[in-house]
Structures are given as structure tokens and as C-alpha cells.
Write a protein that binds this ligand. Structure first.
Ligand code: TTP
Ligand code: MG
Length: 359
């Protein structure tokens, strides 16, 4: 059996602002772009939430709901610094830490529990240490799996500690709305709801074949999760060193326009990944395979870091043009970026949902 913690800062960006500026404490604070600039709320302090203000809401709406809210522009460098500090506190406890974003991570504490420490005590002492060293509160969920620990950490926010004891998983999940289940997006939730399935317990009770017919293998997977069966392991992530995308053609291609079109498409994919990981890189790489399977790469290091699809396709396109001579035909084209510097997320843009879901 595993013992997993999911830890998540309370009102992360807003709490950091309140920490750094004591005048903001106990006040409604929203972090995000300005209403005039069509900004959205990235984070709202719990004081602001009492007025109905929520993440991803237009700032204009937030100001209507809570006119005396204090708006602060995001300071990503500072949030990143705090994030690194909290992750290193987590890693002090166990090397098995899987960060999900700047403010949350899974921790596998199974080996510590084996030393006769109770999971709830481990979580409580972790919360104390974070509070003591960083001055911020985290909420922690404790369970035998990642998906349940994640739901649990959200149950008692802020400053929460929710323990789902071994054996209680199914009962804990049963009354919760299906949307809380890992991987159930809005579309799947709607379809389930139209079939009269509203709670996770409803999914657990459904006939497996019935779910499989309607939702394919995801149906079976949803049911497993609903029954509290989740064997996914905490993945200790290596630092991303490069991001790339490549494609192999059904038939070799020699036409410059067609190849450049492929480079554009791959650049778009790489750019999306970079944006999600908040990375930008100075080295753009093009990978090519000729019809005789000779494979080689060409790269260019820029004086500044790039992230956008336009920049990537421009530089990868230049590298490609230099290779288009003779009657060369290509089997494979790849575009990659390395030499990372972290980029700032666009504060005007609502973040993508973390779990895009099955739906
Ligand atoms: P969350 O943990 O989802 O939110 P939170 O920490 O502000 O509040 P909670 O107490 O409910 O955990 O996200 C962490 C940070 O990520 C958040 O402080 C700001 C950023 N973020 C965005 O930029 N846009 C978003 O839509 C969301 C949800 C978060
Ligand atoms: Mg949070």
C-alpha cells in the first residue's frame, strides 16, 4: 500500500502578496491583469472569495463583486522563488516529490510511514514547517493514492488537513460530484449527468459494460478511480532539458513549401509545450532524415530566448532552407528547443485547466 500526500498552497499568488505587504493581510486581494486591459483573476485571497471572486474570472467581474478588492499585478519571479523553497522542504521529507505546478505537488511518504510514523502526523508536521519557514499555509490531502489525495487536499481549504484512511476510499468518494473525479472534464460530466449519473458513487455502482459501451476504455478507467483504485505512482520529474516534436512521412517529401509547412506545424506544437511548461530557449534545433535514412541535426543558438511558434518556425525554417539542395528528399523532420530560461506566463491569459479530462 502507498501513502501519498498532495500539498497545495492556499490562494498562492494572493497569499504571497499578503506575506510581502502586511498592509494587504486580512484584506480582499486579487492578483491578475487590470480590468481595463481585460485581465483575469489568477488568484483571489480568501477574503475576496467571500464576495464570490474566483480564479479565471474577468477582473471586471471581480471588481463588480468586490469593489474594494485590491488588485496586484503578478510577480512570477517571486512566486517561482517561493515555489522552489517549498519544493525543497518537500524534498527534505522524501525524494519522491512530483510537482504539478508552482504551488502543488504529490509526495510519496510510504517509506516514512513504514518507520512507524502516522501519515496524518507527517502531513501536520510538513504544514507546520512550511508555515514556520515560509510564512504561508498549505492544504494537504493524505490518502493511499494520488487521485484521492488531490481531492482531499481541496476539501478543507484554507489551511486544511484531510486524511482518507486506508479502506475508506470508496466511501469518501461516493457522495462527491463526478466533476471531482480525476480526468472527468465538463463534457464527460454533462454526458454522465444526462444519463442520471451525478456522483462518483453512481459511477462506482454502474455496470462496467454499460460504461464501456458509452465511454470506451475511459469508462472502465473512471469506474476504477471511482472505486478508489488508482495505482499511479509519484513521478519524480527530471528537469526538462529540451522540448521537441517530429514527424515521419508516409512518403518522402522534397518540395520546399510542403517541408516548410511541416516545420510550421511542428513549431506550433513545440511552442504550445513551451508555453505550458513556461519555458523559452535560445537554441533552436532542426532534425532531418533523408530518404536513405541518414539522420542529422542542425542548430542555431540565438542571442535571446524564444518561445513563440513564429520565432521557432522562422529559425527552424532558415535551418531547413540551407539543407534544400540537389534532389534531397526527406523521411522525417523534427523541431526542437533547448538552452532554457524560464519565461513569464501571460498574466492576461487564463491558465489551461490542469486536467483536460476524458471529455
Ligand atoms: P490554485 O492552487 O488553483 O489556486 P490558489 O492557490 O490561488 O487557491 P487555492 O487556495 O484554491 O489553492 O493555483 C495556484 C496558482 O496558480 C494561483 O495562485 C495563481 C495561478 N493560477 C492562474 O494563474 N490562473 C488560474 O486560472 C488558476 C486556477 C491559478
Ligand atoms: Mg493553491
Amino acid at each position: 500500500m502507498r501513502h501519498i500526500l498532495h500539498a497545495d498552497f492556499d490562494a498562492f499568488y494572493a497569499s504571497v502578496e499578503q506575506l510581502d505587504n502586511p498592509e494587504l493581510r486580512d484584506k480582499p486581494v486579487v492578483v491578475g491583469g487590470s480590468a481595463e486591459g481585460r485581465g483575469v483573476v489568477a488568484s483571489a485571497s480568501y477574503e475576496a472569495r467571500e464576495f464570490g471572486v474566483r480564479s479565471a474570472m474577468p477582473m471586471r467581474t471581480a471588481q463588480r463583486l468586490c469593489p474594494h478588492a485590491i488588485r496586484i499585478g503578478a510577480r512570477f519571479d517571486r512566486y517561482r522563488e517561493i515555489s522552489q523553497r517549498v519544493m525543497s522542504i518537500f524534498r527534505d521529507l522524501t525524494p519522491l516529490v512530483e510537482p504539478l505546478s508552482l504551488d502543488e505537488a504529490y509526495l510519496d511518504v510510504t517509506s516514512i510511514v513504514a518507520e512507524n510514523r502516522r501519515p496524518a502526523d507527517i502531513a501536520a508536521s510538513l504544514k507546520r514547517r512550511v508555515k514556520h519557514e515560509l510564512g504561508l499555509t498549505i492544504s494537504v490531502g493524505v490518502a493511499t493514492s494520488k487521485s484521492i489525495a488531490k481531492i482531499a487536499s481541496d476539501m478543507d481549504k484554507p489551511d486544511g488537513l484531510t486524511v482518507v484512511a486506508p479502506g475508506d476510499e470508496k466511501a469518501f468518494l461516493a457522495p462527491l460530484p463526478i466533476r471531482d473525479l480525476w480526468g472527468v472534464g465538463p463534457k464527460t460530466a454533462e454526458r454522465l449527468s444526462s444519463e442520471g449519473i451525478e456522483t462518483i458513487g453512481d459511477i462506482a455502482q454502474q455496470d462496467e459494460d454499460w460504461l464501456r459501451e458509452r465511454f470506451g476504455k475511459h469508462g472502465a478507467q473512471m469506474q476504477k478511480l471511482a472505486l478508489g483504485q488508482d495505482n499511479s505512482t509519484v513521478e519524480v520529474r527530471r528537469e526538462t532539458k529540451s522540448v521537441s516534436a517530429e514527424t515521419t512521412f508516409a512518403q518522402d517529401i522534397g518540395e520546399p513549401e510542403a517541408l516548410l509547412e511541416v516545420v510550421n506545424r511542428l513549431s506550433q506544437r513545440v511552442a504550445n509545450q513551451l508555453r505550458r511548461k513556461q519555458l523559452q530557449g535560445r537554441t533552436v534545433k532542426l532534425k532531418l532524415r533523408l530518404s536513405d535514412f541518414t539522420t542529422f541535426t542542425r542548430q542555431k543558438t540565438l542571442p535571446y530566448a524564444v518561445q513563440s511558434a513564429d520565432d521557432l518556425s522562422q529559425f527552424a525554417g532558415e535551418l531547413l532552407r540551407a539543407e534544400l539542395y540537389g534532389r534531397r528528399r526527406f523521411r522525417l523532420v523534427g523541431v526542437g528547443v533547448s538552452g532554457f530560461e524560464q519565461s513569464e506566463a501571460d498574466p492576461e491569459e487564463p491558465r489551461q485547466l490542469r486536467f483536460s479530462g476524458f471529455g
